[in-house]
Design a protein around this ligand. Structure first.
Ligand code: BTN
Length: 262
């Protein structure tokens, strides 16, 4: 891929400009910097290799040459979208899951809030970062990292959650250009429907661990154990506590509660 072929790939999508890097630190950083220089809504940054890729909760995200898809979209949210910031990273996860299903015949799940799982293993992560000036929102960057080839998956010892790649699940792996086009098309389709019940249904229908007991950690408070009920309209996870009371969880890491500890 190069900048010209990337621009041609997205020409029928609402993407006004693109930047392509053979190697960059983090496409999210490049997109945040571009926001400060006036990037418009829909601008796209993609890279073959990231040397300082970031994940959620301060983790690293490794992007090896030719092995993954790493890109970031600049959003300049409309007021109605800014009221629903909590739905933007799930929107990215839904776009990936939808594209995998409709364009590549692969059924995935979304581990709340926004990890995409294939066969229970993580294949894609999403990092949403906002650019604020004082208390006004200047823009948002949604960064998506997808493990395409086996080489994208770090050794098991470096992983907090089991991971996989498209190549492992269904070889030969789809071409990265086709994947990117399908994901972006699904992204813009669902973005226009962010406030709809259809969006919530599509997300919830793919929600991993529904009805199962999970532990939610990384919230800043002690881990909470509960049964996954679904997602609330604002994007929070609906969790039933052992005594039956339902709580809403707005941040954290969900993992299945090992059998016998529920
Ligand atoms: C996570 O699962 O913790 C989120 C991973 C997000 C990785 C993507 S790759 C493209 C973009 N650039 C980054 O530095 N991070 C995101």
């Amino acid at each position: 891929m190069d900048e010209q072929s990337l621009a041609a790939l997205v020409q029928d999508l609402p993407v006004p400009a693109v930047r392509w890097f053979a190697t960059t630190g983090s496409t999210n950083d490049a997109a945040l910097e571009w926001i400060n220089r006036g990037a418009q809504d829909g601008c796209l940054v993609a890279a073959d290799t990231q040397t300082a890729g970031r994940g959620r909760l301060g983790r690293r995200w490794i992007t090896e040459p030719g092995a993954g898809l790493a890109f970031s979209l600049v959003l300049r949210p409309q007021p109605w979208e800014a009221e629903r910031l909590g739905l933007l990273s799930p929107l990215g996860a839904l776009a990936v899951s939808w594209a995998l299903e409709h364009d590549f015949g692969l059924q995935s799940e979304i581990k709340w809030p926004n990890d995409v799982l294939l066969g229970g293993r993580k294949v894609c992560g999403i990092l949403l970062e906002a650019a604020w000036v004082g208390d006004s929102l200047r823009g948002v960057v949604i960064g998506i990292g997808l493990n395409v080839m086996r080489a994208a998956v770090p050794p098991a010892g470096q992983l907090l959650f089991p991971a996989t790649s498209l190549e492992e699940v269904s070889a030969p792996a789809p071409e990265r250009e086709r994947l990117l086009k399908a994901i972006l098309s699904a992204f813009f389709y669902w973005r226009a429907r962010l406030a709809s019940l259809d969006f919530l249904d599509a997300w919830q229908n793919r929600l991993a661990y529904r009805g199962q007991w999970v532990e939610v950690s990384g919230t800043g408070a002690p881990p909470v154990v509960g049964q996954v009920r679904g997602v609330a309209p604002g994007g929070d996870l609906r969790l039933a506590l052992p005594a039956g009371e339902e709580i809403l969880v707005s941040a954290g890491d969900v993992r299945l509660r090992p059998a016998g500890e529920g």
